[in-house]
Design a protein around this ligand. Structure first.
Ligand SMILES: NC(=O)c1ccc[n+]([C@@H]2O[C@H](COP(=O)([O-])OP(=O)(O)OC[C@H]3O[C@@H](n4cnc5c(N)ncnc54)[C@H](O)[C@@H]3O)[C@@H](O)[C@H]2O)c1
Ligand SMILES: [Zn+2]
Length: 350
């Protein structure tokens, strides 16, 4: 694993080149202490095309730029079409580089458009939310939503370069910062008992490189989510209930929905086993950073909730699967019938 020891400045600006070796393991070369705006002024490639979230500080450039909000609604065929038309209008070709600056939803969308335009062009990711820095920009998954199903269509098309400038976080509303923290907490709870005990994951200065390395450890052996290696499933903890909550209650941020999902899935798992570690500590950590944990009030429509979970691409042959931790750092996968889940939801509906 490379990375963490290179982040020694208190405010770092990592740029990492991501490349795939022949066996698809993920390698990164960090360059530190480069301000994104300084960087873009002197280094923006002459063949770059930018898609930027309007809420962030934008680089001054004469390169074609499309403004597009990072939003679930834009993660759609219509969003893809807008980007493809923008590229076509400006005569982008196979050598062009598409640069996405925004939150995870914009990165997912732009990455997907880059993967299909002229059968795939290079793209760079400039994540501007905590969640997109620690999660959505790592791993090369791109996606759009179709009807009720999140991330139904997508591809594995990693950004060639990822540029993280923590200064973007200065304008990020606290609820979106907390949303990113939810994914970090999920990863620590399921896969790093040591960090969980030491509570080191709270440290704002270290959080981004720490979380990137943790995610890379999980995905490096299983780049394409093959059925042979189940390690990557760990990242889905909280996401079976979480995606359904997100769809049913659109005001919830992705991370907030995942925090609720994680609490619901652990309670559900205690239905089947009494040997689970208490989730009290998990609840306290979520509450401490301003995330809600009372998932029961979001169990508002049993049929719709179950329908959303079944449609989720993580379900297989009418069975739903959940990743829970027996104890911090000890994940396991629980597979259950839809009826079991329905009973649980019906009994807990408020
Ligand atoms: N590809 C992956 O591996 C992966 C992993 C995790 C999550 N995701 C996806 O990421 C998405 C969630 O990403 P998100 O949490 O970044 O939310 P988001 O992309 O919806 O952005 C949240 C909000 O923050 C605003 N914003 C962005 N940067 C800002 C800044 N610097 N200052 C002020 N406002 C800013 C945006 O305009 C938006 O309103 C979901 O669609 C999820 O499916 C993908
Ligand atoms: Zn997520």
């Amino acid at each position: 694993m490379v990375g963490s020891n290179l982040f020694q400045t208190s405010r770092f600006h990592p740029i990492f080149d991501t490349s795939l070796s022949h066996d698809f393991s993920y390698t990164r070369a960090y360059k530190v202490s480069i301000d994104f705006f300084e960087f873009t002024a002197s280094h923006l490639p002459p063949n770059a095309f930018l898609v930027c979230d309007p809420k962030i500080k934008r680089p001054t450039t004469d390169r074609p730029l499309l403004l597009m909000e990072s939003a679930e609604d834009n993660k759609s065929w219509m969003g893809v079409e807008k980007i493809i038309q923008f590229l076509q209008q400006h005569q982008a070709d196979r050598q062009s580089i598409l640069i996405a600056m925004g939150g995870g939803s914009l990165l997912d969308l732009v990455g997907f458009a880059a993967s299909i335009y002229m059968r795939g062009i290079t793209w760079w990711a400039v994540p501007t939310t905590l969640l997109s820095m620690v999660d959505a920009s790592v791993g090369g998954k791109t996606a759009i939503n179709v009807n009720d199903t999140k991330n139904l269509i997508g591809s594995f098309h990693p950004p060639r370069k990822t540029i993280i400038d923590l200064a973007f976080l200065d304008t990020l509303p606290p609820e979106h910062y907390a949303s990113g923290m939810a994914e970090v907490i999920k990863m620590v709870w399921t896969s790093d008992a040591k960090a969980w005990e030491a509570e080191t994951f709270y440290n704002r200065e270290n959080i981004v490189p720490y979380a990137i390395d943790l995610k890379l450890k999980v995905i490096n052996n299983d780049w394409f989510e093959s059925s042979v290696n189940k390690e990557r499933l760990i990242l889905n903890a909280g996401h079976t209930f979480g995606h359904a909550f997100e769809k049913l209650h659109p005001h919830l941020s992705h991370g907030q929905a995942i925090a609720l999902g994680l609490m619901a899935e652990h309670d559900f798992a205690t239905y089947f086993t009494h040997s689970l570690h208490s989730t009290e500590q998990l609840r306290q950590v979520f509450n401490h950073i301003g995330l809600e944990t009372d998932y029961k009030k979001y169990l508002t429509d049993v049929d719709k909730l179950i329908d959303l979970m079944v449609k989720d691409k993580k379900s297989q042959q009418e069975m739903l699967q959940f990743i829970v931790a027996k104890a911090p750092g000890q994940p396991y996968c629980l597979r259950c019938s839809v009826d079991d889940v329905r009973t649980f939801v019906s009994e807990n509906i408020s």
